[in-house]
Design a protein around this ligand. Structure first.
Ligand code: ATP
Length: 271
């Protein structure tokens, strides 16, 4: 097994999650929380209808909170529910029950950059999302585009045709598009899946630098990944298995927890 990957199959859950607080399970609603929390889920559940009358639980009673101005990772074995949880946070999918809070404005960046860089040049692409503000002046648009491209180290590429960029550069442009809209929360779904090692590190460092540069807690990011080595850049992490949040907390503690589980799994299967 690759030392940096997670588990080929889910071993049994070891630790229960301490719930944040009790809420009424009757339906879902968006909640208000204190200023220093950017993301919070309480007892979040999601079930999908696979056939008429058949509903399969995908997320089960998920609770965690992420402080403002931090980079957090969302980890877990294949199919544990990471992308579904991220889509709920992004309002792409509605939960079945529980409560969710995500500071606004927020933006969701997909796994495959080719699915979201849509305009012919870098400048036009980063400005694209600002089209929803018809009253915004051209000067303001230009200034936001330049600031966002600066933040991800892509200002020199402003006039470049999109199709000439590498995968990692496209990811940075997609992130710049989210930043140009002055988003407070970035929801990032396995951005490094299609990238080579230097592009992977470049993208994650760009996000980390951006968060560090905004020390006032302006930008918070939740990053879905399978790569344990990426935890090194994170302030905190949420670890899921089988639709449940098993652990959440500071990145070093979660890394130790996952490594201990891997060792115990390897012992169990006798490698
Ligand atoms: N609309 C749906 N209908 C039926 N099953 C679904 C639906 N959405 C998600 N699932 C199932 O829910 C489980 C969780 O999917 P999800 O994509 O959230 O997992 P993941 O942790 O992101 O996986 P991976 O690491 O492989 O990307 C999977 O078994 C998936 O097949």
């Amino acid at each position: 097994m690759n030392a940096h990957s997670l588990f080929p199959a889910s071993p049994p859950r070891l630790f229960p999650l301490r719930s944040i607080s009790s809420v009424s399970p009757s339906g879902t609603h968006r909640i208000g929380v204190s200023d220093d929390i950017a993301v919070e889920c309480r007892n979040l559940c999601f079930s999908a209808s696979t056939r008429p009358g058949i509903s399969v639980p995908i997320l089960r009673d998920c609770s965690f909170r992420i402080p403002s101005g931090q980079l957090w990772m969302l980890l877990g074995p294949n199919g544990c529910g990471k992308s579904t949880l991220l889509k709920i946070l992004a309002d792409v999918v509605n939960p079945t029950s529980g409560t969710v809070f995500v500071e606004k404005p927020k933006n969701f960046v997909f796994q495959n950059p080719d699915h979201q860089v849509v305009m012919p040049t870098v400048e036009a692409d980063v400005a694209f999302g600002l089209g929803k503000y018809p009253d915004m002046s051209q000067e303001e648009v230009k200034s936001r585009v330049m600031t966002a491209l600066d933040a991800v180290g892509m200002r020199d590429y402003m006039q470049r045709p999109i199709q000439t960029l590498s995968g990692g550069q496209k990811q940075r442009v997609a992130i710049a598009g989210a930043l140009a809209e002055a988003c407070k929360v970035l929801l990032l779904d396995e951005l490094t899946t299609f990238l080579d090692e230097s592009d992977q590190l470049g993208v994650i460092k760009a996000v980390k630098d951006l968060i560090n540069a905004k020390k006032g807690g302006d930008v918070t990011a939740l990053w879905v990944t399978h790569r344990l080595e990426e935890l090194e850049y994170a302030d905190g992490a949420v670890y899921m298995e089988n639709g449940r949040v098993v652990r959440h907390g500071d990145a070093a503690t979660i890394l130790d927890f996952i490594k201990a589980k891997q060792s115990s799994y390897i012992d169990q299967i006798g490698f």
